[in-house]
Write a protein that binds this ligand. Structure first.
Ligand code: GTP
Ligand code: MG
Length: 192
């Protein structure tokens, strides 16, 4: 897949009013601070497209980006961020699960997992949830540049065992660009 145009489309705080034009959606989910917004920016080669932050919890809305005029990339709020209040955390969780369960336009869910910590409880729950909803999903191991050589094969194996039904697992670094071409190739298969 070649991304020639990528533009911010709109943000939503609820499922009401999401686009009704029938374009397919590729959705990016993962723990807060795992690197979702950075990944979107590196995929689209646009630095400030999605707002990134070293403070977890930056993305608080469902953000739509229009790609090549014919599909959406969707950046969802991260889960597992401890410092927001319980009530707020519950409402985010509900927004995320409702969206993934109900939204027919979803062509693929991309689950981002920190390569340094594959198999965390909340990520395993998300894999189970995606299996349960029957949504096709792929996995991106983020921050691959932070792994020592000796840790890489181990991280891969761990992820393969937690998510045997994943359509793909791509090692990725928004910093170095590792995995970018491979991920674009994979996304292409789901973007028609
Ligand atoms: N070394 C390294 N750092 C990264 C990478 N991707 C993201 N980061 C850093 O991780 C932090 C969080 O990145 P974001 O892209 O804002 O994470 P997010 O998942 O969108 O976070 P929320 O919106 O809070 O859910 C930032 O400080 C990024 O610079 C990567 O591939 N390598
Ligand atoms: Mg974000």
């Amino acid at each position: 897949m070649n991304i020639s145009t990528a533009d911010f489309f709109c943000s939503y705080s609820s499922l009401n009013g999401l686009p009704s034009d029938g374009r397919p959606e590729i959705v990016f989910v993962g723990r807060s601070n795992v690197g979702k917004s950075s990944l979107l920016n590196s995929l689209c080669a646009r630095k400030g497209l999605a707002k990134t932050s070293s403070t977890p919890g930056k993305t608080r809305l469902i953000n739509y980006f229009l790609i090549n005029e014919n599909l959406y990339f969707v950046d969802l709020p991260g889960y597992g961020y401890a410092k927001v209040g319980h009530g707020e955390r519950e409402s985010w969780g509900k927004l995320l699960t409702d969206y993934v369960v109900k939204r027919d336009e979803i062509a693929l869910v991309v689950l981002l997992v920190d390569a340094r910590h594959p198999g965390m409880g909340s990520d395993r729950e998300m894999v189970e949830f995606l299996d349960y909803c029957g949504r096709p999903f792929g996995i991106v191991l983020t921050k691959w540049d932070k792994l020592k050589q000796s840790e890489k094969a181990k991280a891969r194996r761990a992820m393969e065992s937690f998510a045997p039904k994943a359509k793909f697992i791509v090692n990725y670094s928004s910093l170095s660009g590792a995995g970018l071409d491979r991920l674009l190739e994979r996304l292409d298969l789901f973007s028609q």
